[in-house]
Ligand binder design. Structure first.
Ligand code: HEC
Ligand code: HEC
Length: 232
């Protein structure tokens, strides 16, 4: 009996620890999209000068104002997907601010180091901080070498056909992300960068009407990725 109480308590505490209020849910997708590409969310141009914290050795100076360019799609910085390759900066990840105080994160974003106070409103910085504090998550279902996602592809297929197909097509070929004659469809994008796709499926694609699917949970998103990687 005692064990049962302990178990129920444990279950409730994990549910409450992850609980998101309606107010927070409004901010999360917005904050995550600002993290992805705040210029597209706001419909503005990127500042002309390279971000002051972007290393001179970096190869992606034109994207230097996007959070993801320095901290990665996985927010793990130098310990994550950007630990090598053309996006390498050597900058640390945001793990220490998982469950961090919103005010502390906003202060960091306004600091000399970041200078976001001049390009975004306080409410936008707060939304980003809520994303950083509440939504950092591990992606053990992505194989970092092969980039294959292990998930329940059958479940993923059911969700893909019910929710993604109306925009991306039943075969995933309704939206071409490149100018013709080049072709990059949803399956190609998810094979190429499952971390980016994981972020965009959870939170939506900035500047478009693609919705956020994070309330479905990470495992379900992994299932969708797993199914989509087999689209031709
Ligand atoms: C041009 C590169 C660059 C961009 C873009 C950038 N940051 Fe940073 N960020 C840094 C550097 C450098 C540090 C300091 C790391 C250190 O102390 O070694 C840092 C630190 C942080 C920290 C504190 C991490 C810690 O553990 O001390 C947070 C939180 C953070 N950034 C969030 C963001 C968010 C959110 C955005 C987008 C709005 C962003 N950053 C954009 C370079 C960048
Ligand atoms: C309401 C329409 C709509 C729905 C529903 C939708 N998407 Fe999208 N999606 C878009 C649009 C529009 C884009 C951006 C196209 C562009 O950049 O040319 C996009 C972009 C993407 C991208 C980013 C590709 C890249 O590399 O930039 C991925 C991945 C993606 N969608 C997957 C999905 C999946 C999986 C689902 C279902 C869970 C889904 N989308 C549901 C409209 C939608």
């Amino acid at each position: 009996m005692k064990n049962l109480f302990v178990m129920v308590f444990f279950l409730l505490s994990t549910i409450y620890a992850n609980a998101i209020s309606v107010e927070e849910s409004k901010q999360i997708a917005k904050g995550a999209q600002l993290y992805d590409k705040w210029m597209s969310v706001k419909g503005v141009k990127s500042p002309k000068e390279v971000h002051p914290s972007y290393p001179a050795t970096g190869k992606k100076a034109k994207d230097s104002w996007r959070c993801k360019e320095c901290h990665g799609w996985d927010a793990k910085g130098v310990l994550g997907q950007y630990s090598k390759g053309s996006h390498y900066t050597g900058i640390k990840g945001l793990q220490d601010y998982k469950n961090g105080k919103i005010e502390d994160i906003v202060t960091i974003l306004k600091s000399e180091n970041h200078q976001y106070g001049s390009v975004m409103k306080d409410e936008e910085l707060k939304a980003i901080a809520i994303f950083v504090s509440m939504m950092q998550t591990d992606t053990p279902f992505i194989d970092s070498k092969t980039k294959r996602v292990s998930g329940d592809a059958t479940n993923g297929g059911i969700i893909f056909q019910a929710t993604c197909a109306k925009c991306h097509g039943e075969d995933g070929k309704m939206i071409n992300f490149k100018e013709a004659p080049k072709e990059v469809f949803v399956g190609d994008a998810i094979r190429d960068n499952p971390w980016e796709a994981f972020h965009k499926i959870r939170f939506g694609h900035p500047g478009t009407f693609m919705p956020a699917f994070f309330p479905f949970g990470d495992k379900t998103v992994a299932d969708i990725l797993s199914y989509s990687q087999d689209l031709e």
